[in-house]
Design a protein around this ligand. Structure first.
Ligand code: SAM
Ligand code: SF4
Length: 329
């Protein structure tokens, strides 16, 4: 834990999730409609300069880990140049990226070289046809190449699988079996309503059901103590190199130790996925505010963090309608 900023429930701010773009080359149906979402005008996105400035301020406030997400981070122009500069910022111990793996595979050795510490690869099935149906695009082979390239490069790898009843329940065990030979963590994520359509989902297959299914298919499963600041309850499987984890993203049972905030691609600070934003950082970055003013505004914003995601959602004035691609998943 850092000695720096804490919210009114004593939770430190240590982890920043930064969306580097709202654009994406896939159309995963749990994230956005087939026709895509209305992308914001380019000038409304944070520039790399602005992201670097913000990151330095967040580091002063206690942030030691950053995750770059989106949209698809690797499709933003000159992302690699940005990474080079980001990894030079003192005080960041962990720099992670979440990607769909569609265009990243050739560049994985570069990521290792500049010091990216972990990659989360989104992969909801090992079946190519099903992958194409879920993502509405044809990038399965590229995603699998990225999977292998990350392992080969020795970068810590987690796979994110959104669990959807009627779509990929039968893939839960085959995905877990990847851990037999590979040092990978397969993380099963409850589906959330951030699909860009404004429709509220009810979870058919929640974390309890996922665990039941895993335990019946893998009797040698044993739980690993929950680590502070994480969202996944992890399990080891006897004899396997990797492990599995379940993220109750909809049930929200991990908020007690939440140490994270999000900055969207348009520079809105969110204390929680389920709140509607507490601070417009883009405005401050462009209206002549000093670093000190931004620092103080972040402190005030963080003090408004709700006790948990359920309270955050209850305080929304509008029903959830955003795409995860705009928020930064
Ligand atoms: N494009 C990158 C990718 O897919 O990995 C990064 C951005 S994506 C929004 C980040 C993560 O959010 C992915 O792992 C994706 O599966 C997850 N995600 C998107 N929509 C979701 C939803 N409605 N419920 C749960 N997870 C979701
Ligand atoms: Fe794109 Fe990631 Fe959303 Fe899929 S989950 S549409 S890859 S942003």
């Amino acid at each position: 834990m850092s000695d720096f900023l804490t919210d009114s429930f004593g939770r430190p701010l240590e982890y920043l999730r930064l969306a580097v773009t709202d654009r994406c080359n896939l159309r995963c149906f749990y994230c956005m409609p087939a026709e895509g979402i209305d992308y914001v005008p380019r000038q409304d996105l944070l520039s790399y300069e602005e992201m670097l400035r913000l990151t330095r301020i967040f580091v002063q406030l206690g942030v030691t880990k950053i995750r770059l997400t989106g949209g698809e981070p690797f499709i933003r122009k000159n992302f690699y140049g940005f990474l080079k500069r980001l990894t030079k910022i003192d005080g960041l111990d962990k720099i992670a990226i979440t990607t769909n793996g569609s265009v990243a595979n050739r560049h994985i050795p570069f990521l290792k070289e500049v010091g990216i510490t972990s990659i989360n690869l989104s992969l909801d099935t090992l079946n190519k046809e099903k992958f194409n149906k879920i993502t509405r695009r044809d990038f399965f082979n590229q995603a699998m190449n990225t999977y292998q390239a990350v392992l080969d490069a020795g970068i810590k790898l987690s796979v994110n699988m959104v669990v959807m009843e009627g779509e990929n329940i039968e893939d839960i065990i085959p995905m877990a079996m990847l851990t037999q030979k590979d040092n990978v963590t397969i993380r099963y994520i409850e589906e959330m309503p951030f699909n860009g359509k404004g429709t509220r989902n009810s979870i058919g297959f929640n974390h309890t059901k996922i665990l039941e299914l895993l335990t019946s298919g893998l009797p040698e499963l044993s739980s690993i103590p929950f680590a502070y600041g994480t969202t996944a309850q992890e399990y080891a499987i006897k004899g396997h190199k990797g492990k599995v984890g379940i993220i109750a993203a909809w049930s929200r049972n991990f908020c007690n130790s939440c140490n994270r905030i999000r900055v969207t691609a348009t520079g809105h600070m969110k204390n929680c996925l389920y709140d509607q934003g507490v601070l417009n950082l883009k405005r401050m970055l462009t209206d002549g505010s000093s670093d000190q003013m931004i620092y103080e505004a972040i402190k005030t914003g963080y003090s408004k963090k709700f006790k948990d995601g359920l309270v955050a959602e209850a305080n929304q004035t509008n029903p959830i309608s955003e795409s995860m691609s705009s928020i930064g998943g």
